[in-house]
Design a protein around this ligand. Sequence first.
Ligand code: BG6
Length: 479
Amino acid sequence: MSKLPSNFMWGGALAANQFEGGYDEDGKGLSVIDVMTGGEHGKAREITREVEADKYYPNHVGIDFYHRYKEDIALFKEMGLECLRTSIAWTRIFPNGDEDEPNEEGLKFYDDVFDELIKNGIEPVVTLSHFEMPLHLAREYGGFRNRKVADYFARFAEVVFDRYKDKVTYWMTFNEINNQMDTSNPIFLWTNSGVTLSEADDPEEVLYQVAHNELIASAKAVKIGKEINPNFQIGAMISHVPIYPYSCNPQDIMEAQIANRLRFFFPDVQVRGYYPGYAKKMLAQKGYDIGYLDGDDAILRQGTVDYIGFSYYMSTVVKHDAQSTVDNNVVNGGLPNSVENPYIESSDWGWAIDPEGLRYTLNVLYDRYQIPLFIVENGFGAIDRIEDGQIHDDYRIDYLRKHIQAAIDAVDLDGVDLIGYTPWGIIDIISFTTGEMKKRYGLIYVDRDNEGHGTLDRMKKDSFYWFKKVIETNGESLD
Ligand code: BG6
């Protein structure tokens, strides 16, 4: 007997900007990610003013899903996926973001993709914005610093909710809305919100202004979506990297509790519909003007989410009197006092491997919010090698097996309400933080390298067959 509910949703997760390609086809406009160059291991991605001829932009081609979606969906079906989490490129629908009318060719593309998925028994789960807002809104309006952009987002949401109301039930507003709390790496504010900081800015004040506009945008979208189809399930989407105290020293405990608020601030508002006390206090004490308007209480209250989708890759640790010893070129929050966890190992990219942390996370989130949870990203970025025409990715299977077991424990032993599990990068795609191709998460290999060479041919890895069996047995067979 499976320990998971029979309607548990097994799937895979992807994002338009990282796999579609076709960056300038059929009327698509430039997005903030289209001006980010390809990365090298350990080197930050560059954000250029415009597309420059002598630079390499890996997301322009992605893995060319735009032209190969039928072939890929056939593979997803063969793997047994029940759902596919993907996103809509805002710039296919509104190329600049501020047009009155949407681009029909862009809308048609997602009709075709969703129809193909549904025809193959795969339910689309859709993020409205996954790191690719229109570049025009970033450059000309200042991104989500500008309240008008919240209205442009709401209009975009309205158009796609209406168009796909009979094809999509599960939605999320902004991908990893809370990862931009880390201002140590400029790509987070840029990709989430189209914002760059100047010398004159107080980064924290800007961050909360941006956050407020985005929370308003998310709440407006939820309200509009529910009016269009009351059966929609509209979720928040957060990155959860739990922050552990280094020791039982009460100062470490307090430090970790305060640092964890960086993770919780967005979902606290999105789930409860109002600002938490710690945020109100901090904003008042610092005298920040975040552009909170009179009607905003009502907007936030009316736009609360139905569930929390979240990504989980790793955990981190803080020590109250330490200088950070962790490479912050990873998404661990850029905390000034984060230190290595002596009990766990890390991936080649320095991401701490902590399956137990997933069970812990599920409990923390469920205790705090008491609404359904959906693991919409989890996976292992690694270098794969082809041997005799095969890829034996036992390391990835090992990672996924332990994390799925932790999720099952949270459901079976702790009573957490978990809707589903969609491992990240079900097929190899461009890495977000580094722009590399060699950091692979996929259960399906794609022949492409960091410089854009390769046939783009697809090939099943060992993990493909393993995951197929996991799905068939609803998580009973993890061997
Ligand atoms: C999450 C993002 O931060 O982590 C994805 O939602 C991203 O877009 C994933 O790809 C893994 O990060 P990376 O940098 O290894 O691709």
